[in-house]
Design a protein around this ligand. Structure first.
Ligand SMILES: [Zn+2]
Ligand SMILES: [Zn+2]
Length: 340
């Protein structure tokens, strides 16, 4: 069971960004101000090879120590970039391999995220051979806006398909901040405002957050075969699982369905898939009831977009995760649930 209600106590978190301590454009204090002024409640500065501490923070934001190190060599000859959080010994930068870094961070009770797999040209085997990391960057803004290598959804699904517990962290990896291409505040996690560092680390390690570049999950509940989601209006909701299994619900299709439903002969053609469509003219909300061999779903949408789905799966799924995209192509990703 994976369940949360992301109410006003939830904040944005930035887990991978840089300051003038390495190659970032803003000083550590200005980086903290940048995020706090945009409503972030969790921040980790992850300068290259350095742990940046003692910068001014007004206390509104929980700050985790962090570092990004480049180690080892992937199948395609590039080094891994490893983001370590909750560590305070900078000598991990002197270690030789990603395996040693992960072991070291693990014994210091820290957390490891494998950074920007697409930008680093990592293949599945590169990620499969490493163990004991908490997850990968499912999205990295800097890598996206600079060279279009920001997404790592395929890497993630391959790991999940092999049964690997792995969370998806969206980050911005900000260096430039106020100089285009704009990298900062383009990808983040949403998390219940942590009471302290220990609470933040626990939630980050156990996947109690979701990632986003825009849309907001208001509430999500996933159990063995069901998903209940309420979200800001989106144009598409995807239930993603292993291999070719999953369900996509799009406003494009729902608009078509709504039109066709008014015509009895067209409606007949949809009957094997859609059981009922109810239009509430008062609040302009439509509810469509999908009912087919593999899936049953109740979909609530308005002219603004899909705002609620209740989905039931009738087939075996190894895992399930939810993603939702809006008109601007911005996406939110839930963490996965592993099914029996
Ligand atoms: Zn990097
Ligand atoms: Zn970085």
């Amino acid at each position: 069971m994976y369940r949360f209600v992301a109410d006003e106590n939830w904040v944005k978190g930035s887990l991978h960004c840089h300051s003038t301590s390495s190659d970032g454009h803003l000083s550590p204090g200005d980086v903290a101000d940048y995020y706090v002024s945009r409503g972030y409640g969790l921040l980790a500065l992850t300068d290259h090879g350095k742990i940046t501490t003692n910068f001014v923070n007004d206390g509104e934001c929980t700050v985790l120590t962090g570092i990004e190190v480049s180690k080892g060599q992937s199948k395609l000859g590039e080094p891994y970039h490893i983001v370590a959080l909750g560590v305070d010994d900078p000598s991990i930068n002197d270690l030789n391999s990603p395996l040693e870094v992960i072991d070291n961070v693990k014994s210091a009770k820290g957390l490891v995220i494998v950074a920007h797999p697409s930008w680093s040209s990592l293949v599945h085997e590169d990620l499969a051979v490493l163990k004991d990391y908490s997850g990968i960057e499912v999205y990295n803004t800097g890598c996206d806006v600079e060279v279009a290598k920001g997404y790592a959804v395929s890497h993630w699904d391959n790991l999940l398909s092999m049964g690997r517990e792995c969370w998806g962290y969206a980050v911005d990896d900000a260096h430039r901040y106020l100089v285009p291409p704009l990298d900062a505040d383009g990808g983040w996690i949403c998390i219940e405002k942590p009471s302290d560092n220990t609470a933040a680390m626990k939630m980050l390690k156990t996947g109690q957050f979701f990632s986003s570049t825009g849309p907001r999950f208001k509430s999500l509940e996933m159990s063995d075969s069901a998903v209940h989601l309420k979200c800001s209006p989106v144009t598409r909701v995807n239930i993603v699982s292993h291999n070719g299994r999953g369900l996509c619900i799009s406003m494009n299709d729902l608009g078509y369905l709504l039109k066709a439903w008014k015509n009895p002969s067209e409606r007949q053609k949809m009957a094997h898939r859609y059981r009922q469509v109810e239009v509430n003219t008062e609040n302009k909300v439509t509810t469509a009831f999908l009912d087919e061999i593999a899936w049953k779903a109740k979909i609530v949408f308005s002219p603004k977009g899909i705002e609620q789905v209740e989905v039931e799966s009738r087939i075996f799924l190894r895992y399930m995760r939810v993603e939702a995209s809006d008109l601007k192509g911005r996406t939110a990703w839930s963490n996965p649930i592993y099914l029996k």
